[in-house]
Design a protein around this ligand. Structure first.
Ligand code: NVA
Length: 235
């Protein structure tokens, strides 16, 4: 029914299966605007920000530090593989990427000549990285895991020490986050837990491109809509 009303549908919901079912039956383009498993539209904005800032995607290494198997991490890994960008995931063993998702991204990266690596030690993993990326430690639907996640991910906080561990403080280096971010103690959640995935020092630093990235969500979503709708109408 929704497909009879709209020319396209962006689903920002919960279960991955729901968006897939919608895409199967609606008969119009369906975009995944966020599910528990993937966040693909975010990655267009991320990659555009990298290209805009560094002038190229070639030879760039993106290091994602945190919950290595959440929706953003899954899509970032696949997006980097597709865009021929090297991807490093720094995450505790318990949050390692799902083996099937990892294998799928590895196959694409191998075809494109880029690399995908997973590290447990964040300092080791970020060496040589040009982009440090993180996301919240507790994603949608996992609120009951807050205490255990904070304990597990504290060593994966992005702070100036970790930025320095890239060896690129004086070279090509930026910080990205899909937002919203916990970066200071002005929220009830951070006041109570004392936990931040990124320090305010990094979030507000010259390396942080989070607001360019956020603005780029608008430009890239428009491009996505135009490309699918024009294609459909043969324009
Ligand atoms: N991983 C986050 C993404 C928010 C855009 C979440 O699921 O809450």
């Amino acid at each position: 029914m929704l497909g009879r009303i709209y020319d396209g549908i962006l689903f920002r919901g919960f279960k991955q299966e729901t968006v897939e079912e919608l895409a199967t039956w609606s008969g119009v383009p369906v975009w995944n605007g966020l599910t528990d498993a993937y966040h693909p539209t975010q990655i267009f904005a991320d990659l555009l920000t990298v290209k805009e800032t560094f002038g190229t995607l070639e030879g760039v290494t993106v290091a994602y530090v945190g919950d290595g198997r959440n929706n953003v991490a899954n899509s970032l890994m696949m997006g980097c593989a597709k865009a021929k960008v090297n991807y490093v995931c720094c995450t505790p063993k318990a949050l390692w990427p799902d083996p099937d998702v990892l294998a799928e991204a590895e196959a694409v990266a191998a075809k494109n000549g880029s690399t995908i690596k997973v590290f447990e030690d964040p300092k080791e993993g970020v060496k040589g990285a040009n982009v440090l990326y993180t996301d919240v430690w507790v994603s949608m639907g996992e609120e009951d895991k807050t205490a255990e996640r904070i304990k597990m991910l504290r060593p994966y906080q992005i702070n100036m020490e970790l930025m320095a561990a890239t060896g690129n403080l004086d070279g090509k280096l930026m910080f990205l986050h899909c937002l919203p971010a916990f970066h200071d103690f002005n929220t009830d959640v951070t006041k109570e837990s004392g936990a931040l995935e990124v320090t305010d020092e990094v979030f507000e630093s010259k390396y942080s491109k989070v607001f360019d990235e956020s603005e780029n969500r608008m430009h890239t979503i428009k491009a996505l809509f135009v490309s699918a709708l024009c294609d459909r109408k043969n324009i």
